[in-house]
Design a protein around this ligand. Structure first.
Ligand code: T6T
Length: 327
């Protein structure tokens, strides 16, 4: 049996235990869910949270920040702590360092924390600097960045100038994606040059403007990597506005319906779907398992990807990972 099979077996066992112990835990715990921002990715995660909570008969209090940032997320967190009735908090920290203090306050108030999608510190809750969360459940974003780089490199035949549009510094998810992307371009593609990275602060219009400026500056730009929903939508929109659809290749992290439309139109060459439903669902299962006394929950769970391209977009095995939420 491979290491990966053993690992997956352990997770399945843990989740099964969570289910069977849920009856014990059900009227004892209340869970808070505090994601990063209103967007299709977290909407799907919320569906996963609600599905697991319904199955287990648990109450969940959901608060979704309207915009991204520590200054928005912290007061919402404080208000959730002040309720005094939460036992667990499932959250996506909007900054890997600055949210440590505010979440420590939750822990001190007796709330156990599970981080989903983004992590605190270096994400190693066993031997890293931050150990208080029960688990990190999310993508391996460095690997996602590597996959994105190889996809873009293939689309541009291994040569040319490329650009990264991202959201914010110090966010584990998008930071990891850029690290993995740059690593592959540096080590595997000597004829590809990464000409820059901009932060759009989670604003699609800013991403459009930034990408448009790069398209103007770099007349021979070959490709763009959009590291999340807003970045990819902005990048794709700017490429279309410039009349360069199909000429400048876009790789989109996050499988929104918009990204899939652009894939069908030939603007986007690869869409990397994360598994937000699984993240939310599993996090609730972990809370229930912890409440029931399970002590062997994995401290890090990588939920994997579906890599969607023009050849498989209509295959239900891939299409099921498109983020199905109202536009
Ligand atoms: O890409 C996701 C998420 O993984 C990231 O941490 C923040 O942006 C998204 O929510 C998409 O908008």
């Amino acid at each position: 049996m491979s290491k990966r099979q053993v690992f997956l077996g352990l997770i399945s066992a843990a989740v099964l235990v969570a289910s069977s112990y849920a009856a014990i835990a059900q009227d004892k715990i209340k869970i808070g869910f505090l994601p990063g921002v209103v967007d299709p990715f977290y909407q799907v995660m919320e569906i996963g949270v609600e599905a697991a909570a319904k199955e287990l008969g648990l109450d969940v209090v959901i608060q979704v920040p309207p915009t991204w940032g520590v200054e928005i997320q912290t007061p919402i967190l404080d208000a959730m702590i002040a309720r005094g009735d939460l036992d667990y908090l499932i959250t996506a920290p909007t900054d890997k360092d600055q949210m440590i203090g505010p979440l420590q306050v939750a822990v001190d108030a007796g709330i156990k924390v599970i981080t989903v999608d983004t992590f605190l510190g270096d994400g190693d809750y066993v031997s890293g600097p931050v150990k208080f969360p029960i688990s990190y459940i999310g993508s391996d974003n460095v690997e996602g960045g590597r996959i994105s780089a190889r996809g873009l490199a293939k689309a541009i035949n291994g040569k040319g100038r490329v650009y990264i549009n991202s959201t914010n510094p110090n966010v584990s998810s998008v930071e990891g994606r850029a690290v993995g992307f740059n690593e592959v371009m540096d080590n595997e593609y000597p004829d590809i040059e990464v000409v820059g990275l901009d932060f759009n602060l989670d604003d699609m219009n800013t991403a459009v403007q930034q990408t448009a400026a790069v398209l103007q500056r770099e007349a021979d730009l070959a490709g763009v990597f959009g590291t999340n929903v807003f970045s990819a939508q902005g990048a794709g929109t700017a490429v279309v506005n410039a009349g360069l659809g199909g000429q400048v290749q876009v790789v989109a992290y996050d499988a929104t319906q918009f990204a899939i439309e652009q894939l069908r139109e030939g603007v986007v060459s690869l869409v990397l779907a994360q598994k937000p439903f699984d993240m939310g669902y599993m996090a609730v299962q972990f809370a229930a398992a912890d409440a029931a006394g399970v002590t062997s929950l994995p401290r890090r769970v990588e939920t994997g990807f579906a890599i969607i391209n023009a050849d498989n977009v209509d295959d239900p095995a891939y299409a099921r990972f498109i983020y199905q939420v109202p536009n």
